[in-house]
Design a protein around this ligand. Structure first.
Ligand SMILES: *Cc1c(COP(=O)(O)O)cnc(C)c1O
Length: 715
């Protein structure tokens, strides 16, 4: 293989200064975040800095001198790796023969513009809080891979989402370190004179100026809006400080900047999107800016709405009425009143666009209602989420039958390569001869799986679990030196690779019921401590800073992890982020998800385990309700809701214990003469084969393209 690499690169060898320039270019294109070889090129420069800076190529490059770089690049082995990565990078950027070139050429001149309040692209870029952001990040990466003309729009949160530490008694502490643009892969958007391009927006009683940054995500581009400009009053400079920061006023101001600011910014740059895709209601104000433009042309309100609608599609996630953004009339008047004056309609008319109940006095403005009213098509993010959304908005559309409500669904996926650990990527490369999209076609995948022997699959599992456990021990040691620890316990003794390992990690929103498995503390203690068939559980996750109930869940798990019967078998890992997630989803044998049905809109973390051979055990909610086929993992409970929350939690806990005791644990420990768990491995194969081709964002973005983005589509 190395000979073919050197052959490939020998005839286009660049000089060392050229290579340094190209490496810098590479460090600023997030393409590296889904290419393990590219990451290795940076990590090899300094493994310690790589780890210290949470895997940021930019920061590694900033800390290695040109002299060192030049010297390292004259080393043959390293130079060959660099040349091969750079060649692949350039090839990727110039590829013409993409899926979109043959299937979605109507977007060649006019891009899809995807607005999202958060984007989870990489752990070194903390502008996401959870699944919604991860979905956006994975969406833009697949759009790039498929060659779709696609731009993302979000905010540049210079203090990002918080870093989590636990206090001595397990209470979540939040820290917001500054992430200066110079240390991130951001480029300012400048005009010909080198000055920042800005747009002005009417906000509260002022004019607020907005500039923007860009991040290259492969062939796609992400714009990040920023109000931190000297010409703005101090409190407006902080609008874009934290992900979902502050109170309702900050929230509406962020949404005005995202929706109205974002749309004006694209307009100023001369970008004319073919379609605006709103990922959740936060960006809904963009429709008001589009409406303002149509009204300015002299159209009537009805005609103006009819002109805006064909340009917009909307994805709704939240399955509970209380979860939707609603702003009071007073707040709308305060923050948006000045903008409303620039529209050729009065404030009451504007308020009616977000009016939920036809017969009630209007004192609230609902963002989801605005988005539904102003979009040509809308969708939920799983089949069940679509059903729930149609029922929830039935009154708005005044339909007798919820099936007539025009909201469809596209089930979420994950960007497969982003979520592969390098070890897993090497494993699949070995069995597929470096094929890129080997996972898309089930028949082809079946052939590949047949080539992989059981012991190889099981070997991969062991190695990934070893990596995870070493990572957890390392993190826990530092964590425990801060939070205090009983004498005689060392993190280096915690957890074992021979033990069935369950993972649970996600935002600690209460509906996700993190402590459910501890409902009957003696029963779970007996399951974990069975000397012949032991089990261990690793938890991680952040609660929203204002969610005290979520913080209590964290505290409870922290306290349980210190009870003698759980010590070393139950751990809580601080500061969940994409890096922690990647270790967890790759290393655990079983991924547990036990939300209160039907509140998990889709859930994506369980989709990340598939390529690593991990199995899912989940409530039949979100994607798992569609993915589960009886052979490829385990379902907790039935495809139905219980009459009360309390009853449902009791029943779900009981079903979870039963399935662990009678099926999951025995299957894991049933070994053949070679010590292989043959039934378990069968399930691993069934999981990979049935799920990998479907629950990925390549499939998802193709679906969006065919069913929603193309003009006239309103599936
Ligand atoms: C994948 C992921 C999520 C989403 O998890 P769900 O299972 O959808 O709740 C949240 N946070 C991080 C860091 C992730 O990697």
């Amino acid at each position: 293989m190395s000979s073919s690499l050197s052959k490939q690169t020998s005839n286009n060898t660049q000089s060392i200064p050229e290579q340094i320039a190209l490496l810098k270019k590479l460090s600023k294109n997030l393409w590296w975040s889904w290419n393990a070889d590219a990451q290795n090129v940076f990590s090899e420069l300094s493994p310690r800095l790589w780890s210290k800076y949470n895997h940021s190529p930019i920061k590694v490059m900033q800390n290695v001198s040109e002299a060192e770089l030049a010297a390292t690049l004259s080393e043959k082995d390293y130079a060959e790796k660099v040349q091969s990565v750079l060649a692949r990078f350039e090839e990727y950027l110039s590829e013409k023969n993409t899926w979109a070139a043959t299937h979605a050429d109507e977007f060649t001149a006019n891009p899809v513009a995807y607005f999202s309040a958060e984007f989870g692209l990489h752990e070194s870029l903390p502008i996401y809080s959870g699944g919604l952001g991860i979905l956006a990040g994975d969406h833009i990466k697949s759009a790039s891979d498929l060659g779709l003309n696609f731009i993302g729009v979000t905010l540049y949160y210079r203090e990002g989402y918080f870093q989590q530490h636990l206090s001595m008694d397990g209470w979540q502490q939040e820290e917001y370190p500054l992430h200066p643009a110079s240390t991130l892969p951001l480029e300012p958007v400048l005009d010909d004179a080198g000055k920042p391009v800005t747009v002005a927006i009417e906000l509260a009683h002022s004019i607020v100026h907005v500039c923007a940054w860009t991040i290259k995500v492969g062939r796609a581009k992400l714009y990040l809006l920023d109000t931190n400009l000297e010409e703005n009053e101090e409190h407006y400079r902080d609008i874009t400080c934290h992900v979902y920061g502050g109170d309702a006023t900050t929230r509406i101001n962020q949404e005005i900047v995202l929706g109205i600011g974002g749309t004006r910014f694209l307009h100023k740059l001369g970008i004319k999107p073919a379609v605006y895709h709103m990922n959740e209601g936060h960006s809904g104000f963009l429709t008001l800016e589009l409406l303002r433009r149509e009204l300015d042309c002299g159209k009537s309100l009805d005609d103006a709405i009819a002109a805006v609608k064909p340009q917009c599609v909307f994805t709704t996630h939240t399955p509970v009425p209380a979860g939707h953004d609603r702003f009071s009339r007073d707040l709308m008047d305060y923050s948006l009143g000045k903008f409303a004056e620039t529209m050729k309609i009065d404030f009451d008319t504007l308020m009616r666009l977000g009016k939920e109940h036809h017969n009630e006095p209007q004192n609230q403005f609902t963002m989801t209602v605005l988005c539904l009213n102003m979009s040509r098509a809308a969708n939920g993010v799983s089949e069940l989420n679509g059903v729930v959304a149609r029922e929830m908005w039935q009154h708005l559309f005044q339909k007798e039958n919820p099936n007539d409500v025009p909201i469809g669904h596209i089930t979420n996926g994950v960007h497969t390569k982003t979520w592969m650990r390098d070890r897993t990527e090497a494993f699949w490369s070995f069995y597929t001869n470096n094929e890129q999209d080997f996972f898309s076609d089930p028949e082809h995948l079946a052939e590949i799986l047949e080539r992989i022997p059981d012991d190889s699959l099981w070997g991969l599992r062991y190695r990934l679990k070893r990596d995870l456990i070493e990572f957890v021990r390392y993190r826990l040691e530092r964590q425990m030196s801060r939070t205090g620890m009983d004498n005689g316990f060392w993190a280096s003794d915690f957890l074992s690779t021979d033990v069935l390992t369950i993972g649970f990690a996600r935002r600690f929103a209460t509906y996700k019921r993190a402590p459910l498995i501890f409902s009957d503390i003696d029963r779970i203690a007996a399951i974990l401590s069975n000397s012949e068939k032991p089990v261990q559980i690793i938890f991680s996750g952040k609660a929203h800073p204002r969610d005290n109930e979520g913080k209590k869940f964290i505290q409870r798990i922290f306290q349980i992890s210190r009870m003698p019967q759980f010590m070393g078998k139950v751990v809580f890992l601080e500061n969940y982020d994409m890096n922690v997630a990647r270790y967890l989803i790759s290393g655990v044998d079983l991924w547990l998800n036990n939300p209160l049905r039907p509140l998990e809109a889709s859930g994506t973390s369980g989709e990340k385990v598939i390529a690593h051979g991990g199995l899912n055990c989940s409530i039949l909610d979100g994607w798992w309700r569609e993915g589960y086929n009886g052979q490829n993992g385990w379902a907790i409970g039935k495809d139905e809701n219980q009459p009360s929350t309390h009853e449902q939690s009791e029943l779900d806990a009981k079903m979870l214990y039963e399935i662990l005791e009678t099926d999951i644990v025995p299957t894991y420990y049933a070994r053949d003469s070679r010590n292989l768990p043959t039934e378990w491995i069968k399930k691993m194969r069934a999981s990979i084969l049935s799920l990998l081709p479907v629950y990925n964002t390549h499939r998802m973005v193709r679906d969006y393209c065919e069913k929603y983005y193309k003009s006239g589509k309103n599936a």
